[in-house]
Design a protein around this ligand. Structure first.
Ligand SMILES: Cc1cc2nc3c(=O)[nH]c(=O)nc-3n(C[C@H](O)[C@H](O)[C@H](O)COP(=O)(O)OP(=O)(O)OC[C@H]3O[C@@H](n4cnc5c(N)ncnc54)[C@H](O)[C@@H]3O)c2cc1C
Length: 384
């Protein structure tokens, strides 16, 4: 059976998220882009709606929306503000995603409810100054001393790091294997030795904070090991496989923003005696944008639907993220073109959406990394 219909619950979720994003995010997005901060009032409102616990089961205080529901929420939020959607994607998909996937039942009961209720944000620390795409080359080290793990190292580009209450940190625990010598640790913000640097001055996604994180002799109880010893990178691949569906949805939301904003502008702007929408060249640009948005959303929803059925989606997630993110940049650039000089100005939101969109081709694995995943599967190459 092939069924493209959303359930009544998912339609209600989409409509609610759409109204909320239009009323509570859109009007502030430009300011948040300028100040580099999402208002705490908006975060509280999103928490009340379950947006901070989209993937978490209800018995752990989550909204239990599944990957499809998560994708729907992220698309609607990203339609107005990529940075706010990235904050949600990192919190839900990466930090909570890792804990949900790998933590013990006891750890889940301890750490998940406050995150899912939005009482604090979560961050996920994989990238380092010297390791990005080659993430398994990370150098942060965890050594067991008595009943405690002692962590030392530096993390880079950590979303939500400025405010997060909980960090999932990937660290080397064995030198015997590159990828099978890494473990994950849950590190609370108040652990002595954990510090964060100043917010990065970014091109886009400016509402979301991105900071370096330093771990200097940070001690956590033995019980804060998240998942099996030396299995942290294998868990990381699963977390990213799922997280990338969120980045795909974020890209679809940004592209939709570019289309809707440029369409509304083009209807009221007249040149050569008729509205811009009367010029076929621009009509065709908008038709291409609509076609690509639809295709990207279908790829995102297919990957989300498969995850909700408990299936693996390494290739489907990579395909969705790759197509959607590159499509979003194209759509935003075309949206600016349709609006001409006004599209280049900050009064219209499309230039911000374009700056936000570029990140989707880089974060959670660049476009090149997604092509490597797809090609590896196609050619049945060893993961190496
Ligand atoms: C705004 C923002 C938020 C982020 N949030 C987080 C976060 O919350 N947590 C976290 O852990 N990380 C985060 N990151 C890091 C992000 O995941 C990395 O930036 C990304 O994986 C790319 O790594 P890199 O920047 O080190 O680039 P590099 O790995 O140095 O790559 C540079 C270029 O080389 C290409 N390249 C690399 N290897 C190959 C190859 N084998 N073949 C072909 N091309 C290749 C890449 O595609 C890229 O184009 C964030 C980054 C940004 C910018």
């Amino acid at each position: 059976m092939l069924d493209f219909e959303l359930t009544d619950d998912m339609i209600a979720l989409r409509d609610m998220a759409r109204r909320f994003a239009a009323d509570e995010i859109g009007p502030h997005a430009r300011k948040w882009d300028q100040t580099g901060e999402i208002s705490s009032d908006a975060i509280s409102k999103m928490a009340k709606l379950g947006f901070l616990g989209t993937l978490v089961p209800s018995d752990l205080d989550g909204a239990e929306l599944g990957y499809l529901g998560n994708a729907i929420v992220i698309e609607e939020v990203a339609r107005h503000c990529g940075g706010t959607a990235l904050m949600l994607a990192a919190h839900n998909g990466l930090c909570l995603g890792h804990i949900l996937h790998a933590a013990s039942e006891e750890q889940k009961r301890q750490f998940i409810p406050p995150l899912a209720r939005g009482e604090m944000l979560g961050a996920w620390c994989l990238t380092e100054p010297g390791s990005g795409s080659d993430a398994a080359a990370l150098k942060t080290r965890a050594v067991l001393k008595g009943d405690e793990w002692v962590l030392n190292g530096a993390k880079m580009f950590i979303t939500n790091g400025h405010t997060a209450g909980v960090f999932v940190v990937l660290a080397r625990t064995s030198d015997e294997s590159k990828s099978r010598g890494i473990s994950a640790f849950i590190v609370e913000r108040n652990r002595p030795g954990l510090s964060t640097g100043p917010k990065e001055d970014k091109m886009g996604m400016r509402a979301s904070d991105t900071v370096p994180v330093t771990l200097d002799e940070v001690r956590v109880p033995k019980a804060n090991l998240c998942g099996q010893l030396n299995n942290g990178f294998i868990d990381t691949l699963k977390v990213l496989e799922r997280g990338r569906i969120g980045i795909g949805a974020l890209s679809v939301g940004l592209a939709r923003g570019a289309l809707e904003e440029s369409l509304s502008y083009a209807k009221q702007r007249e040149q050569f005696g008729k509205p811009l929408t009367g010029h076929q060249t621009l009509q065709f640009m908008m038709a291409d944008m609509a076609m690509e948005i639809d295709a990207a959303r279908l790829l995102v929803r297919k990957a989300a639907w498969l995850q909700d059925r408990g299936e693996g989606t390494e290739v489907e997630s990579a395909t969705a993220k790759l197509f959607a993110s590159e499509m979003a940049t194209r759509a935003c650039l075309n949206g600016i073109q349709i609006c001409g000089g006004y599209g280049y100005m900050k009064e219209l939101p499309i230039e911000r959406l374009m700056r936000d969109a570029k990140l989707c081709e880089i974060g959670e694995g660049s476009s090149q990394v997604q092509r490597m995943i797809i090609a590896r599967s196609l050619l049945q190459l060893d993961k190496g």
